[in-house]
Ligand binder design. Structure first.
Ligand SMILES: NC(=O)c1ccc[n+]([C@@H]2O[C@H](COP(=O)([O-])OP(=O)(O)OC[C@H]3O[C@@H](n4cnc5c(N)ncnc54)[C@H](O)[C@@H]3O)[C@@H](O)[C@H]2O)c1
Length: 250
């Protein structure tokens, strides 16, 4: 799939799933603005991207919790580089504990990073997408949206919000040639998985749930994001794609 001439904003770019996706976008010829909060990893990603092919990658160090800063950073990128046609809202935090142990501040923090930052990114990039009559917005939700794991309620609520936003935005932006879709990754082994206390038991249970009897790989997620980011998905909008080895089937 070809992303030559396209600019992409990818949040959570140095994370377990973001990393491979960022490199896949570069290999497809895109110019990637890879946003995260880890400067060292960001520099490493820039180096890998420089060796990996057709497109280019610029690391953007920005805390998504600093909403004014985020707005300023995005505005300055757009001013400098022109419109960004593809937005992938991928960053997330995922604290895990029992419902009673969360404070409202913790709940709000999860919504701020996982949902409100996505809204701000959309607000800044939408005018450019409308202007060129082309846009792709992809929200990264989660298999946990379907109620498969306990002790994650702020995270699950945030992932549900992203699916709501996907449908609301798809309906509203369709007339401008902008598609909006979501993916729900299943259990892909990354840092995020360390929230589970017994990794082997967790792997066994994941494989029991999946129709496919192998663990997922960040490449599986990158392939789905690339599809939604490319012209190949131009007649698909408002959809949620489960990329989970056949765990959920609806
Ligand atoms: N890995 C899985 O199995 C899995 C399953 C379902 C859904 N997901 C979703 O996929 C996406 C990527 O997950 P991952 O596994 O790569 O997780 P990860 O923790 O490896 O990556 C998340 C990235 O977001 C960044 N981030 C967090 N807070 C930030 C902030 N305030 N400002 C800027 N960046 C910030 C982190 O630095 C990190 O690089 C997330 O939305 C996650 O919910 C992952």
């Amino acid at each position: 799939m070809d992303l030559r001439g396209k600019k992409i904003l990818l949040t959570g770019a140095v994370g377990g799933l973001g990393w491979d996706s960022a490199l896949e976008f570069v290999r497809a010829g895109g110019r990637v603005f890879a946003l995260d909060i880890n400067l060292d990893k960001g520099k490493l990603l820039e180096q890998q991207a420089a060796d990996s092919g057709a497109g280019s990658l610029v690391y953007v160090n920005q805390d998504l919790g600093d909403q004014d800063g985020l707005l300023r950073t995005l505005q300055s990128i757009v001013q400098r580089e022109g419109e960004i046609e593809i937005l992938v809202n991928n960053a997330a935090i995922y604290p895990s504990k029992r419902f009673e142990e969360y404070s409202m501040d913790e709940y709000r923090m999860v919504q701020q990073i996982n949902v409100e930052a996505a809204v701000i990114c959309c607000q800044v990039l939408l005018p450019g997408m409308k202007q060129c009559g082309y846009g792709r917005i992809i929200n990264v939700s989660s298999v946990t949206f379907y109620g498969v794991l306990p002790n994650l309620y702020p995270y699950v609520a945030s992932k549900a919000s992203l699916i709501g936003l996907t449908r609301a935005w798809a309906r509203e932006f369709g007339a401008f040639g902008i598609t909006v879709n979501a993916i729900c990754p299943g259990a892909i082994p990354t840092e995020a998985e360390k929230i589970h206390p017994d990794p082997e038991a967790y792997t066994r249970s994941v494989l029991e749930h999946q129709a496919l009897k192998r663990r997922g790989h960040p490449r599986d997620i990158a392939a789905a994001l690339l599809y939604f980011a490319s012209a190949a998905s131009s007649f698909v909008t408002g959809q949620v794609l489960n990329v989970d080895g056949g765990w959920m089937m609806h």
